[in-house]
Design a protein around this ligand. Structure first.
Ligand SMILES: Cc1cc2nc3c(=O)[nH]c(=O)nc-3n(C[C@H](O)[C@H](O)[C@H](O)COP(=O)(O)O)c2cc1C
Length: 186
């Protein structure tokens, strides 16, 4: 098999793994590390849940519109994503452009997909990250919410599989809507 065909096969596998991460609750790709860099030029990282992967490999997660990550994304839409599967010793590093989706378009997602007990994540009276008064009491909004969806359109994906005798590292880049892969020294 020619190397180019092999990278196509690897791309197919990594896409399947990402889709499984969004559909299978116990899959290690269900959670990923999202890195953002705002105007302060300091990387800020956090764990988020992978909610959906589209056929064009767009990735989606849910968050509060007032959170720091949204402030960062508005300042700089380039984000980094890190996925790790410890059973397969497989790491994916993704770079992409993030878009915040809010308003009427996603009101239906909130109504249909967010169970009552999870709505607390998007309805705190104060913005996430605000220091609490000594009482530690968290107050919630009754009517409104600050739910939003973030869509990430990847432009680079780096695949690393640790294995013997040789690790496998492939960098995929998207140009004019087409993905191409090249092997890298692991
Ligand atoms: C297991 C786990 C899953 C999480 N999933 C999400 C998520 O899907 N969306 C989200 O906004 N925060 C999620 N969080 C909280 C974030 O890691 C983070 O603490 C929070 O969003 C505030 O981040 P920020 O201040 O950098 O915006 C999760 C945390 C853990 C531990």
């Amino acid at each position: 098999m020619k190397p180019m065909e092999k990278t196509d096969q690897i791309f197919k596998i990594l896409k399947e793994e990402l889709i499984k991460g969004s559909t299978e609750k116990s899959h290690p790709f269900r959670y990923f590390t999202l890195g953002t860099v705002g105007l302060d030029r300091v990387t800020r990282q956090r764990t988020v849940v992978l909610r959906k992967v589209s056929d064009e490999l767009k990735l989606y997660f849910y968050t509060d519109l007032r959170s720091k990550k949204i402030i960062h994304i508005k300042e700089n839409s380039k984000v980094g994503l890190l996925f790790y599967n410890p059973e397969k010793l497989l790491q994916l590093k993704i770079e992409g452009l993030a878009t915040v989706i809010k308003g009427k378009a996603i009101a239906e997602t909130y109504d249909n997909d967010i169970p009552e007990n999870a709505r607390k994540d998007y309805t705190t009276a104060l913005a996430p990250g605000t220091p609490l008064e000594d009482s530690g009491v968290i107050e919630y909004l009754k009517e409104e919410n600050h739910f939003c969806v973030v869509e990430i359109t990847p432009f680079k994906v780096e695949y690393l599989k640790l294995q013997r005798p040789e690790h496998q590292r492939v960098r995929f880049s998207k140009r004019q809507e087409l993905w191409s892969g090249e092997y890298l020294v692991p």
